[in-house]
Design a protein around this ligand. Structure first.
Ligand SMILES: [Fe+2]
Ligand SMILES: [Fe+2]
Length: 412
């Protein structure tokens, strides 16, 4: 400042700062005095921006003070210029800043809550100093009044000789815009909540649907088993054998679960086979055998007309569990990969369990004998790769057989 007279007009006003009266360099004092002169010109009611000049020391406690405060900020905060820093700090609920997300056009909103502001204060000031600018929106709560939002835009200048930073800024009331943004966020959150609730309901309904499908499947399978009483716990063992083979074949958890339950239905078509054929003690005639073979088609018909994955899987297994790898099976004579994987898996497990189960007309085979029989069908009756996997799982298969043998012995 050239002389004290030049600066008297500043002190005549409501000067609230420290720089013009303190031990600071002339350069800094001159910059502040010029800026105050300029900012007073902007400090008119018609200007939507409220001008201010704030300052902080870089070496000491870094607390902020104001060199100039526009009248409207004093009115808003209801305080004296020297109280502005403290009241403003205490009234801030949130500090919001917006950043472009790199190459994308997405705008990221960063929110600092009141209690975090003190922690990040130094970082924010350093960022402002290095960028030469600061921009943020403050949500402010004032006594007994609804919250308001003030947009703060400032240029930051550093004075290394004095170790002081000056912020030449303006505050604009952006309450309308921010209220709209807040409402939009609340509506989005409400929608997200409804969406989550809907998803939860759908999941619940799907679980219920799955439970009902299983119940239907097992009741039908039970009905078929009542008629074919010689087969005992055949369907349960089949499900476990199939599961071991599915796991060995690397099927997903979901596929395994479908096959495990769907296998229970493989012989449901026997419900449609006459009692006289189903329980004929002697050998079936060619005609009777043809009727017996129709159980795969009857089963598929019973399970058709529903697009649930479980019933579709059950239908496929019922239809194809008597097909053979070499194409000489029934009902269609499919061969190799034409037979669905689930049908090829069921074919091996069905035969293995039939061999190792006692029937009125035969004794149960020894486990090793049954494995040898399965191996004999490798590449003719059965998928060779699945046979290899089945034989590689001998221990697991044998332990299932053992488990059911002991549970039956216990029941008897
Ligand atoms: Fe069958
Ligand atoms: Fe069977």
């Amino acid at each position: 400042m050239s002389n004290q007279q030049d600066s008297n007009w500043i002190f005549d006003g409501d000067y609230c700062g420290h720089i013009l009266r303190g031990q600071f360099s002339d350069d800094l004092k001159k910059r502040v005095a010029e800026a105050i002169g300029l900012f007073r010109g902007f400090n008119v009611a018609a200007n939507p921006a409220i001008p201010y000049i704030s300052a902080w020391r870089e070496n000491a406690d870094k607390s902020i003070w104001y060199e100039f405060v526009g009248n409207r900020l004093l009115q808003l905060l209801g305080c004296q210029p020297c109280e502005v820093a403290e009241i403003f700090r205490d009234s801030v609920l949130q500090r919001l800043s917006y950043h472009c997300g790199g190459d994308s056009e997405k705008i990221n909103r960063m929110t600092l809550e009141h209690h975090d502001l003190a922690l990040f204060q130094e970082e924010l000031r350093n960022e402002g100093k290095s960028r030469g600018a600061m921009e943020a929106v403050y949500k402010i709560s004032l006594k007994d009044r609804p919250a308001i939002w003030l947009k703060d835009q400032a240029a930051v200048e550093s004075f290394p000789v004095d170790q002081v930073c000056l912020s030449f800024g303006s505050l604009t009331d952006v309450t309308m815009v921010m209220k709209a943004e807040e409402q939009e966020l609340q509506e989005k959150e409400l929608l997200r909540g409804r969406h989550r609730e809907l998803e939860r309901k759908i999941e619940q309904q799907n679980k219920e649907l799955w439970r009902m499908q299983l119940e239907m499947i097992y009741r039908l399978a039970q009905a078929a088993q009542f008629r074919d009483s010689s087969s005992g716990p055949h369907i349960t063992k089949m499900s476990y054998y199939c599961d071991i083979l599915c796991q060995a074949a690397g099927l997903s958890e979901e596929e395994r679960q479908l096959i495990f339950h769907a296998t229970a239905m493989h012989d449901v078509g026997k419900l449609g086979i006459a009692e006289s054929i189903l329980h004929k003690p002697g050998r079936l005639t060619e005609q009777e055998f043809a009727i017996m073979k129709s159980h795969s088609i009857i089963g598929a018909k019973l399970l058709s007309g529903n697009d649930s994955p479980l019933l579709q899987m059950a239908r496929g297994i019922a239809l194809t569990h008597h097909e053979r790898w070499d194409g000489t099976g029934y009902p269609t004579g499919l061969s190799r990969d034409e037979i669905p994987l689930s049908g090829r898996i069921a074919a091996i497990c069905d035969v293995f369990d039939a061999l190792t189960s006692q029937r009125p007309y035969k004794q149960a085979w020894d486990t090793e004998q049954a494995f040898a029989e399965v191996e004999k069908g490798r590449g003719s009756q059965f998928d060779p790769e699945l046979v290899d996997l089945f034989l590689a799982s001998k221990n697991d298969i044998a332990s299932i057989r053992q488990r059911f043998a002991s549970s039956l012995a216990f029941k008897q």
